[in-house]
Ligand binder design. Structure first.
Ligand code: AMP
Length: 575
């Protein structure tokens, strides 16, 4: 028997969900403002101990929907495996592990291990033996571990099947059965899947106890007079994509939507640096300041506002010609709501949407629910950007050229005489002045484009895993031999100008962050702000250090000892 719960109004804050205080603190640190609809519905059920089926695809916030309540309920003091999350691919497993890492950031005794093929088995096994409480695994590799150590999962209390339909498509059915059989019956099981075919319902019937079903039902929505387009882009290339699109889009005023407070600040700063009149709007901004921002957008002192959904609530500015969904909304309703900010007062509006490869399915859902195609556009190249710049300059100058009453005729005569030059020379000089800071040649525009940052492991999407569907069993593959699976917490994004360095000293050696920090500050002669994030793990630690002068710094630290042991800091290469 399943009980369906549909679209409970998405009210409330994280604070009302009874989550562990450390988890709440971590949510604040990552900048989430309010729970997404799937989170509002799932978290209370999981907190109450129910088995659950969640119908949700990537982009809805499903990872936090299970990770937050589960982390709130584990016994952090027990150093044994308590949570198993199964994911169809290595990339998803790493992403989920990273998410658990960040939500457990304030729970120092909680460890997460990712178990997947293509990395040596020994370190993975060791991490489990060392008491990692959260295991995120692909099924094939986990079964390999089980064949060597059948008791591995005997202490599991929470099981999550993430993207269950994908796991079945990749042929993991038999492996799942092996894994179910290796686990205690007394456990809480949560299944997330974008679709619920008979095979998934079969699994739920057999292995879940009286599951509650959560689903974000999508009613058909009407969207009128809004021209919609989407661009496929990788997560770490979004800022670049926004900058390029703004060059070619003819907008009056724009609102850009992102998911976190930090993103409002980052994107607004990137645009401001390019000369746009832009402000960030998020839940941390005081009400009177918020009102000032909206007033400025209304009267043209600002042209762009980058906002979270929460902060943009009730914002109604008729000048808005463009809505830019820089981060995907959680569901089609929210998409329709967002893009309704343009096309006000009978005007035409335009809505842009950035889609990362993993969010393709969400795009399809939006198209289905709205009954409209969201046309694909391509990233404008240098040629298109140059044309747009010339067009804008022409539009700007056209009315001035026609203005015969131009008061500057006298000034022109004066300047050409004074500078002893032709009117053409003067025009060239004035053009150089007005276009300062912006290239007007193809080469120049090309050079100006930010270099696309290489995509790190964290952002790697399943779609680029370079392996076709049905090859899922590759997840057992050995052979990279790079130790990447070593008791890993998937790495967080690096700060700018920093590289990660590793030492084999960790918690088991009695090392704490302050010891490492003290040693590096004292013996390396660095200032505190030169040292980035420090991550202490059971058997190693990672420290972010400035790339510039790294070799010299490592030389200085050559003989440094921490907690009585040689530090031996080395640059850490993640790939
Ligand atoms: P998922 O559907 O779990 O893949 O999550 C999609 C993205 O939404 C991830 O980048 C999350 O960090 C982000 N996210 C999840 N929940 C929230 C929230 N309540 N507020 C802001 N961002 C969120």
């Amino acid at each position: 028997m399943t009980q369906e719960i549909e679209n409970t109004p998405a009210v409330g804050t994280f604070a009302t969900l009874d989550l562990h205080p450390s988890v709440l603190a971590a949510i604040t640190a990552v900048g989430y403002e309010e729970p997404s609809p799937i989170q509002t519905q799932s978290i209370p059920l999981i907190m109450a101990g129910h088995d659950m089926i969640g119908q949700a695809q990537t982009g809805t916030g499903k990872t936090a929907a299970f990770a937050l309540p589960i982390l709130s309920r584990i016994d952090a003091m027990r150093r044994e495996a308590q949570v198993l999350v199964l994911a169809p691919t290595r990339e998803l497993a790493l992403q989920v592990a990273t998410a658990f890492e960040s939500f457990a950031a304030q729970m120092p005794s909680v460890n997460v291990v990712a178990i997947y093929g293509g990395a040596p088995m020994g370190p993975q096994l060791k991490a489990i033996r060392n008491g990692a409480q959260v295991i995120v695994a692909t099924p094939g590799r986990l079964v390999d571990h089980l064949s060597r150590n059948g008791g591995l999962l005997s202490t599991i209390k929470f099981l999550v099947l993430d993207e269950a339909d994908e796991m079945l498509k990749l042929g993991f059915m038999d492996d799942l059965e092996v894994i179910f059989n290796a686990m205690p019956d007394e456990r809480q099981t949560v299944l997330f899947s974008a679709t619920l075919p008979a095979s998934i319902r079969g699994i739920a019937e057999k292995h879940l106890r009286n599951p509650q079903q959560v689903k974000i039902a999508s009613k058909t929505q009407t969207v009128a007079r809004i021209d919609q387009a989407h661009l496929m882009v990788h997560a770490d290339q979004k800022v670049n994509a926004v900058l390029r699109l703004l060059e070619v889009e003819d907008f009056d005023a724009m609102i850009g939507f992102v998911r976190t407070k930090q993103a409002t600040l980052d994107i607004a700063a990137a645009l401001e640096a390019k000369g746009y009149k832009v402000a960030a709007l998020n839940g941390d901004i005081a009400q009177n300041q918020r009102e000032r921002v909206i007033e400025s957008l209304k009267d043209g002192r600002l042209n762009i506002v980058i906002a979270t959904d929460v902060a943009a609530r009730g914002l109604d500015v008729p000048r808005i010609t463009h809505v830019f969904n820089i981060d995907m909304p959680y569901d089609p309703e929210s998409y329709v709501h967002r893009i309704g900010r343009t096309g006000r007062a009978g005007r035409d509006g335009r809505a842009l949407l950035l889609v990362t490869p993993r969010e393709r399915r969400m795009l399809q859902v939006i198209e289905r629910v709205t009954g409209q195609k969201v046309a694909e556009i391509l990233l404008p190249d240098a040629k298109v950007i140059l044309q747009a710049r010339i067009r804008r300059l022409t539009q700007d100058l056209a009315p001035r050229v026609k203005d015969t009453a131009n008061q500057n005729a006298e000034l022109l005569a004066h300047l050409t005489t004074e500078l002893n030059c032709s009117a053409e020379d003067l025009a060239l000089a004035l053009l150089a002045k007005t276009t300062e800071g912006q290239a007007f040649t193809l080469d120049g525009v090309e050079r100006e484009q930010p270099v696309l940052a290489p995509r790190g492991r964290d952002n790697r999407d399943r779609d680029d895993r370079g392996r076709g569907r049905g090859e899922g069993r590759n997840d057992r593959g050995e052979g990279r031999g790079d130790g990447a699976g070593r008791e890993r917490r998937a790495p967080l994004a690096l700060s700018e100008g920093k590289v990660r360095c590793r030492t084999a000293l960790g918690i088991r050696d009695g090392v704490a962050a302050r010891n490492l920090l003290g040693a590096i500050l004292n013996e390396g002669g660095l200032s505190r702000d030169a040292i980035g994030r420090i991550q202490i793990r059971e058997s190693f630690s990672l420290v972010e250090l400035p790339e510039e002068g790294l070799e010299r710094l490592l030389g200085k630290l050559k003989d440094t000892r921490v907690a009585g042991k040689a530090l031996k800091l080395r640059r850490y290469r993640e790939d």
